[in-house]
Write a protein that binds this ligand. Structure first.
Ligand SMILES: [Zn+2]
Ligand SMILES: [Zn+2]
Length: 345
């Protein structure tokens, strides 16, 4: 079968690979579609030592079961399945705390196991044991289902930072994940959702999201717009989706007293130091929380919100490419010309 294989930084090849082997303890899915993630973009540029080459990449997908091992319970041929990417070990102290997303021994699909930029993907026993394989009901279209993994990371962030009905939410950074954050905040009942982006064509793409205030961060005064939209208080929650020092530092200025900031985007390893106004945190009783990855329960919540029609990903999938054109799709993301790009194997 044709597959996208990571060999090292800037070295992703579309080539023939053997189909995954059916076993008594695995599941094999025929991939319907698989979205390009920011981590795929990183692999295609600077690389990632956690990804062991040669490795088939791609982890935001949905597929149909074509093989169900005789030892596998709860699945039948034809079932539609998506996946919580991070396979936790299930035995360490973090797993015991219920924090499998922070498991130091985790083995993510597309890093330690072959991923879904291919016609078929195997779901290994570790994923089945961890409850990572999630059923998708017929009501959820393929492209929406494929985005349940990035949505799950967004849900983890918004749960940790405490987004609730009536909140005024500000999102800094209008890439694909910023757009998904806007959808989830609306689904959770946020009264006002603002998203700041600095460049076209993403500004125009974001304006297609219903019920979202899009702010041109390069040409508009973000603080005065936030003040105007929040009765001069500031946002209840600020979510930083831009991997940028200035965005993380500025986030405090936009939050109301007693509000919270989610540092959702990760900074480069060698440039992660930032300067925060301690007085703003102290006197403003601000909470600053991290968010990393997700657990199967978050993917289940994403699928439920999609099933209930509370999240619409249609305006967020802006481009579709065949597997042969994966690198063109990655280029679209690198040049910030797209939101989500969906790959069809
Ligand atoms: Zn991803
Ligand atoms: Zn663990």
């Amino acid at each position: 079968m044709k597959a996208a294989v990571y060999y090292g930084p800037s070295d992703i090849r579309i080539e023939e690979r053997p189909e995954p082997a059916p076993a008594a303890n695995n599941l094999i899915l025929e991939v319907s579609c698989c979205a390009i993630c920011g981590t795929d973009l990183k692999l295609a540029t600077v690389g990632n030592p956690r990804c062991h080459p040669p490795r088939i990449i791609g982890h935001e997908f949905v597929g149909r079961a074509v093989h169900v091992g005789s030892d596998v319970a709860g699945f039948a041929p034809g079932d539609r399945v998506t996946l919580a990417t991070t396979l936790a070990c299930g035995t360490c102290a973090y797993c015991a705390l219920g924090l499998g997303n922070l498991c130091p021994n985790s083995k993510p699909i597309s890093y330690d196991f072959d991923g879904a930029f291919a016609r078929f993907v195997a779901i290994p026993p570790l994923a089945l044991a961890g409850g990572n394989a999630i059923h998708v009901p017929a009501s959820v279209p393929d492209e929406a289902a494929a985005l349940s993994e990035p949505l799950s990371c967004v849900i983890n962030s918004q749960e940790l930072v405490g987004v609730k009905a009536g909140d005024r939410v500000l999102i800094l950074g209008g890439g694909p994940l910023g757009a998904l954050h806007a959808e989830v905040a609306r689904a959770l009942g946020a009264a006002e959702v603002m998203i700041v982006q600095r460049s076209e064509p993403r500004l125009s793409l974001l304006r297609r999201l219903p019920g979202v205030t899009v702010v041109d961060g390069a040409n508009e005064d973000v603080l005065s717009i936030v003040q105007e939209k929040t009765g001069e208080l500031g946002a209840d929650v600020v979510i930083v989706c831009a991997p940028a020092r200035d965005a993380q530092e500025e986030a405090l200025r936009y939050a109301r007293k007693g509000g919270a900031v989610s540092l959702f985007a990760s900074m480069p390893k060698d440039a992660a130091g930032i300067t925060l106004d301690s007085r703003a945190i102290h006197y403003g009783e601000l909470r600053i929380v991290g968010a990393s990855d997700s657990r199967p329960e978050h993917v289940e919540k994403a699928v439920r919100l999609l099933h209930e029609g509370k999240i619409n990903v249609e305006p967020i999938v802006t481009h579709r490419v065949p597997l042969d054109a994966l690198l063109d799709g990655i280029g679209l993301m690198e040049e910030k010309r797209s939101l989500k790009v969906m790959v069809y194997p």
